[in-house]
Design a protein around this ligand. Structure first.
Ligand SMILES: NC(=O)c1ccc[n+]([C@@H]2O[C@H](COP(=O)([O-])OP(=O)(O)OC[C@H]3O[C@@H](n4cnc5c(N)ncnc54)[C@H](O)[C@@H]3O)[C@@H](O)[C@H]2O)c1
Ligand SMILES: [Zn+2]
Ligand SMILES: [Zn+2]
Length: 392
């Protein structure tokens, strides 16, 4: 079959690879119909999460059709149209039973790297390097999904592929980010990053009761999409001092909750950005935390900072003093896909969330390398490229 593979830092190519097969009794094989790019892939492609090997298949946000089931699979059958959470979870360990699926104890068969880096290994993630289990990803004609009964969900008829695909990753991540803010109604929530994850976090915050949502980015087309589609307020950090703007917009108080949906390749303007980039290039710090710093500084006293942007290691100039003295609650993590997907599919079917506008660039799998380049360089208003193997 054909698959989009990582060939080295910033090098992708479509190759012929063996088709996946059932390897454990709970596995399913899915014929991929739509597989999206995600900001997390950029961290892998650019070598900031350095556990990729030549030939690894990328992709973790996808939907498709079940074509094979292992003998222990009970909930699904061949022919089901499913969306699959990007996080692999066994469904039976203590973490899974308490719905902390991204912390599953049994789904990373190669826990050595994360154990060394972080003390413990979180769950495996499909198509997400050898630190996250070494699973082959979804930018391929077929993918093997371990623990199929736990990770794959039948999707409602009538919801298009290019909409439901985001129930795999961007939607549950955005929802978790807003869920972490413990909203009770009437709050002001600021969201850093207007990518797919930030857009879905903003919509989720509205549905969970936020009175005002303010989205921060520098890309006018992304800020425009957030304003038009969701009716949020926006701040362009390349034109405005973000901290000053947020103080002004909230009468000096600061947002009640700040969601960070940018991650380790955070961009900025001014000398501190050059300093962060230099430290990251020299491997003196692994991540650039610009937006985390801002979120902590902006947040009102006693508020919540919710981080879903991915960070891999060590950061410089983390304002722990501000977080401590303002009594902030800091919450973060890889998303617990399986906890949220069924509820999100209901909301999708009801039209409460409509993520279809994220799929700005549908393409064939063969065009994958170009699709990533457009997404990475934010060309042509690309919010997310969605690959379709059947268009080959
Ligand atoms: N926690 C999870 O489970 C999970 C799941 C999916 C994605 N993610 C992470 O979420 C992050 C966002 O993903 P995405 O797909 O939306 O990525 P994306 O690359 O499409 O969007 C990131 C956005 O952040 C903006 N940005 C950069 N620097 C900024 C700054 N200083 N302030 C405000 N905005 C800034 C960029 O212009 C871009 O629009 C990534 O780090 C990704 O790895 C996490
Ligand atoms: Zn992702
Ligand atoms: Zn588990």
């Amino acid at each position: 079959m054909r698959a989009l593979c990582w060939e080295g830092v910033d090098k992708l190519a479509v190759r012929d690879v063996p088709e996946p097969r059932i390897r454990a009794e709970g596995d399913i094989v899915v014929k991929v119909r739509a597989s999206s790019v995600c900001g997390s892939d950029l961290h892998l492609i650019n070598g900031y999460l350095p556990a990729m090997r030549e030939g690894d298949i990328l992709g973790h946000e996808f939907m498709g059709e079940v074509v094979e089931t292992g003998p222990a699979v009970q909930r699904l059958k061949v022919g089901d149209r499913v969306v699959v959470g990007s996080v692999v979870a066994c469904g039976g360990c203590w973490y899974c039973r308490t719905e902390q699926y991204s912390l599953c104890d049994n789904s990373n068969p190669q826990p050595v790297i994360p154990e060394k880096l972080w003390g413990h290994s979180p769950a495996g993630i499909l198509g997400y390097s050898h630190a996250a289990g070494g699973y082959s990803g979804s930018h391929a004609e077929y993918i093997r999904v371990p623990f199929g009964d736990v990770g794959a969900f039948r999707v409602p008829d009538g919801v298009p592929d290019d909409s439901v695909v985001f129930a795999s990753d961007a939607m549950p991540t955005g929802w978790m980010a807003a869920d972490f803010c413990n909203l009770s109604g009437g709050e002001v929530v600021a969201v850093w990053g207007a990518g797919g994850v930030g857009q879905m976090a903003a919509r989720s915050a509205q549905l969970l009761g936020a009175e005002r949502v303010i989205v921060i980015d520098r890309l006018p087309e992304r800020l425009g999409a957030a304003a038009d589609r969701l009716g949020v307020e926006t701040v362009n950090y390349a034109e405005t001092d973000v901290l000053e703007a947020l103080r002004e917009m909230t009468g000096g108080r600061g947002p009640d909750a700040c969601i960070e949906a940018v991650g380790m390749e955070s961009h900025d303007v001014g000398p501190i950005y050059a300093y962060d980039k230099a430290k990251q290039s020299a491997r003196l710090a692994s991540d650039r935390p610009t937006s985390v710093r801002q979120a902590i500084m902006a947040c009102r006293k006693g508020g919540t900072v919710s981080i879903v942007g991915v960070y891999g290691g060590l950061v410089d100039k983390f304002p722990l003093g501000a977080a401590m003295n303002k009594a902030l609650t800091l919450r973060m993590g890889q998303m617990h896909a399986q906890r949220y997907i069924p509820m999100l599919l209901d909301r999708l079917a009801a039209g409460e969330i409509d993520p279809g506008y994220l799929a700005t660039h549908p393409m064939s799998l063969e065009e994958g390398a170009r699709g990533y380049e457009m997404f990475e360089k934010k060309q042509d208003g690309c919010l997310r490229t969605v690959l379709h193997p059947q268009l080959n």
